[in-house]
Ligand binder design. Structure first.
Ligand code: ATP
Length: 573
């Protein structure tokens, strides 16, 4: 398998075959319209008692009729007559019949003329076993041809290995995967190495002529459209196994890819959305990517799992977010929870997505804010709710600590016993939970659902490991990452701000706090960016607030890519 046969297209999109038929049908409607327009004009002229010969003369010279005749020439005689008679049958102007007869006769004369180039007759002495050859001429410019070639090591024949969707070869409709390449610009290619053919192509200018023996049984493409979100990064130029790196398409975690061809089990063709080019690129299929990841994973020395490192507990201690294992003093593996750990990434290199528009009568989507501790997640959440508490609301957390005198159950917290808390944990009722000074705290799915059921937009802040619990068909979370600006910018904007320490005290920010926030933010983004629906850089508080408000509205009002499993749940989801 070899590099892309680089040539190209340019121009001359050689549309043909079925597409011609489509044009034909599409024009039927517009012709009918034009002819109806003719009737209207003729009706007006007849009413004005204009001489019939003059009318015919002016009609034949009218620019719109000229363009009509041009269109007519592209169509078959029978369909034109069908259109014309269709119009004549529906008109009730007997006076116009003779004029139209003249028009039709003019059309017949023109359409009988042969405008095709004169081709030499086929030689009579063609051998019986002569293979049907196709000669394909493509105009080269600096775009790639959009096809790859391969050499059959046994026979030495050269074949078109694949045709890239939307590339020149594909648009021409003349080259197909499986076609046998016989000549390029008059050079027989039998026995050549693919690189030698690439060289011939590289040194060719202008029109390139391919002589091919077309594949006899072209597979029918009956694949349905598939959209996926990339859960990993991929660079074809770092992948020695790709058949042609130049035909490959790089992508980053979180990119939305439209898979346009899955006919090859190993190499799919995809377009990155939003797409500026119609030309697809090669990407590894799910199974191939999983295999690659497994190989890579096994080839690396063992490291304790580091994906979920955050900068520690949120210092505000609204909710102490120790990790589950830590909270219960167990060494439970984070592979159970972390949506991006090595195992789950291996399981899901692509996530199937669909375009989803929130229905006004359905509960709102949950808004989940996340970011490094100290960046301002809670500040932004608080401000958003303050803007309109009738629309935005947080979820009331659960705790095992006793209520203080001013606290009311279900207002500040749901006060429950440790046994009740443990039961909720066992039943997976918590989005996240942790332990602080001997008391358990947690945000439950039900608390979020209560807010959503009341018709409000629920806004919570979570640690990244909780993403898995909120990216569900039930909550349909829209995840917004609050990203720190640079350390220098934080020094300016947080000059008068205070950070809440782990000991409930607040103090002015120090330079090392900013460095820690920046590092934690980078780490979080690196590991979880594929789950972020939106990113807000919290530089100026006011501007960040406006951005948050806009993003939250957009989450509810505009179509978004969401996991397909939310819309059509599968057995696994
Ligand atoms: N853009 C900003 N400009 C100035 N000060 C800010 C900005 N964003 C947040 N702050 C201030 O920074 C401090 C920390 O913010 P906040 O408590 O919201 O952090 P956090 O991300 O929720 O982290 P934690 O959960 O650890 O408290 C607060 O005093 C807040 O007012």
């Amino acid at each position: 398998m070899r590099p892309d046969v680089e040539t190209d297209p340019g121009s001359a999109p050689l549309e043909m075959g079925d597409k011609g038929m489509m044009l034909h049908i599409a024009n039927f409607g517009s012709l009918t319209q034009i002819l109806a327009h003719v009737i209207a004009e003729v009706r007006g002229s007849v009413n004005k008692d204009i001489n019939g010969a003059e009318l015919l003369y002016s009609l034949l010279n009218a620019p719109w009729l000229q363009s009509l005749l041009k269109k007519v020439l592209k169509l078959t005689t029978s369909s034109i007559q069908l259109v014309v008679w269709n119009v004549l049958l529906t008109t009730e102007i007997p006076e116009t019949t003779c004029i139209f007869q003249a028009l039709l006769s003019a059309h017949d004369t023109v359409s009988l003329r042969d405008y095709e180039p004169d081709l030499p007759p086929l030689p009579k002495d063609l051998p019986e076993d002569e293979e049907a050859m196709r000669i394909v001429c493509l105009v080269k410019n600096n775009q790639p041809l959009g096809a790859t070639i391969r050499r059959d090591d046994v026979t030495g024949e050269i074949y078109i290995a694949r045709v890239i969707h939307g590339g020149l070869a594909d648009r021409s409709g003349l080259l197909h995967a499986g076609d046998r390449l016989v000549e390029v610009n008059g050079h027989p290619v039998f026995g050549l190495e693919p690189e030698q053919i690439i060289q011939i192509l590289a040194h060719s200018h202008g029109t390139i002529m391919f002589k091919v023996v077309p594949i006899t049984d072209r597979p029918v493409n009956n694949q349905t459209m598939l959209y996926v979100r990339a859960m990993v990064d991929y660079n074809p130029h770092m992948d020695p196994s790709i058949p042609c790196a130049d035909a490959g398409m790089a992508f980053r975690k979180g990119d939305i890819l439209e898979i346009v061809d899955q006919s090859d089990t190993l190499w799919w063709q995809a377009v990155k959305l939003p797409s500026i080019s119609a030309c697809a690129g090669l990407i590894p299929s799910t199974s191939l990517l999983k295999r690659k990841q497994k190989e890579l994973w096994w080839s690396q020395p063992y490291h304790p799992h580091t994906c979920v490192k955050t900068s520690g507990f949120r210092r505000s201690l609204r909710l102490c977010r120790q990790r589950r294992g830590q909270a219960f003093g167990t060494s439970q593996s984070c592979t159970l929870r972390c949506p991006t750990n090595c195992y789950s990434s291996l399981a899901k290199p692509y996530e199937e997505v669909v375009r989803y528009q929130h229905h006004p009568e359905h509960p709102h989507r949950l808004i989940a804010l996340l970011g490094p501790s100290g960046v301002g997640v809670n500040e932004l959440r608080r401000r958003l709710i303050e803007i309109n508490p009738k629309v935005y609301q947080g979820a009331v957390p659960h705790t095992t600590r006793p209520p203080k005198c001013h606290e009311e159950s279900a207002r500040e917290y749901h006060f429950i016993s440790r046994e009740q808390f443990d039961t909720m944990v066992c039943n997976h009722r918590f989005i996240e939970f942790g332990e602080l000074r001997g008391h358990l705290y947690g945000t439950s799915v039900d608390a979020v659902k209560d807010v959503l059921a009341s018709g409000k937009i629920c806004v919570i802040d979570i640690e990244p490991y909780a993403l898995e619990s909120v990216r569900t068909a039930e909550l349909r979370a829209y995840a917004i990452f609050i990203k720190p600006p640079t350390v220098e910018q934080m020094k300016c904007t947080r000059m008068n701000s205070h950070i809440i320490t782990n000991y409930y005290t607040s103090r002015p920010f120090k330079d090392e706090d900013f460095q820690e926030i920046e590092d934690a933010g980078r780490n979080m983004e690196q590991h979880y960016c594929q789950f972020f629906d939106h990113v807000i850089v919290n530089d100026g508080l006011q501007a960040a607030c406006v951005q948050l408000l806009t993003a939250v509205r957009r989450a509810q009002d505009e179509p978004q890519w969401v996991p397909a499993a939310w819309i059509r749940p599968t057995d696994q989801s």
